[in-house]
Design a protein around this ligand. Sequence first.
Ligand SMILES: Nc1ncnc2c1ncn2[C@@H]1O[C@H](COP(=O)(O)OP(=O)(O)OP(=O)(O)O)[C@@H](O)[C@H]1O
Ligand SMILES: [Mg+2]
Length: 428
Amino acid sequence: MDNNANLTPEAEASQGTGPRLLACVAEPETRQVARDLAAAQGWRNPVAIEGGVAAAHEYITKHAPPNLLIVDIDDVEDPVKTLADLAELCPPEMTVIALGKRNELTLYRDLIELGVTDYLLKPVTLAMLERSLRGDNKRQLGQGTAKTQAHVVSFVGVRGGAGATTIASSVAWCLAHLYQKRVTLIDLDLQFGNAALSLDLAPAAGLREALEFPSRLDSRLLGAAMLEESPRLKVLAAEEPLVDQMHVAPGAIDTMLNVLRHDYDYVVVDAPRILSEEVRRILTLSSTIGLVTDLSLASARDLLRLADFARTMTPSARHMIVANHVGAKHRGEIAKAEFERVTAVKLDHVVPFEPTAALATASTGSVLSAALKHAPAAAAIRAIAMRIGGIEPAAAKSNSVLAKLPLPKLPAKLSPSAFLPSFLKRSA
Ligand SMILES: Nc1ncnc2c1ncn2[C@@H]1O[C@H](COP(=O)(O)OP(=O)(O)OP(=O)(O)O)[C@@H](O)[C@H]1O
Ligand SMILES: [Mg+2]
């Protein structure tokens, strides 16, 4: 085994976590490509083993399974059957990319049917692996026959008040009202969540019951728990007493999504930053994960940690970093370019600070995108919704003028590296 890990697999397993990447591949060059992928994604401790499906089987029997398995299938006669056997040992969220020399359409189809994310013909390059991981079709080994699912899009705020609820509820609103998608917005913060409030809806009791007693859950019960903003936008949210302890049952998230998936195009989740089992599960099942941050140094640290966490949980998701409150003076911001330089993170979307947002949304009982349609912040949020919905700018005709509005010029703030915390200096 050539393994550039700092921790041995045994140490990883004793910590209860598997490696982020396990590559079981015949050729040393391909193992190096797998290690390059881990380095490019910022994953520590990749494990690269000589072999194929048999080696993967042996490794996973002895150690905790990885998040991503890259496996050479040339060592077995019937790769579909042996991978199906391997699936028995693996958690459903594990992503699998198969590699091989056989250029057969039926083999490719069978592997995809089984739940393999992609099958790549050797020789494999870093770009090919990255492209496979970026694919939107999140699949799970052993569950390839699952019916089409609503896309799960989760937003997490990097810091309290960064705007996760604003972005999640506005994106849900845009998808439903501007792009005619059927959307459920779920607020997973059962005690402090304010997604329903942002749409002027009073939270109902059913969401907690659905999560605590999933065995009772069916579309009728979930339907009764849903708040209706409009025929295309439903909301699942709660306001449970603070004295109560929530006990979300294992499997409840999967059951809920199974009930929702046929009736909705998008499930947009406002996920609290408390990394509970249910938040981890929803992230694992998300095809898009958006981290919402302001441009403060405090957020910079947690953005790096959360981005790493999200990529580890769901390597195949589309990961999106949304800077919000950009241009605000009250949150200790540094300039966008400086923030990107010190974090070495590219901001995918920039939502400007809109001074009247809080007042306009509260007084109209609607989300930012509806209350301030002409504000640059609303245009930026529409761009996020269009990207998630796969909507071409040309198709969003009604927005074409708004989209051309210039974003406000931000004050160029100086951020002398002298006051940067040491972790940022390292990554700068
Ligand atoms: N781009 C913006 N411009 C101005 N105000 C904004 C913007 N985005 C959000 N806000 C305001 O910031 C406040 C916090 O936003 P929001 O509730 O969305 O944050 P959050 O990350 O969900 O907070 P929490 O950590 O409490 O869940 C709200 O008053 C909201 O109206
Ligand atoms: Mg919130």
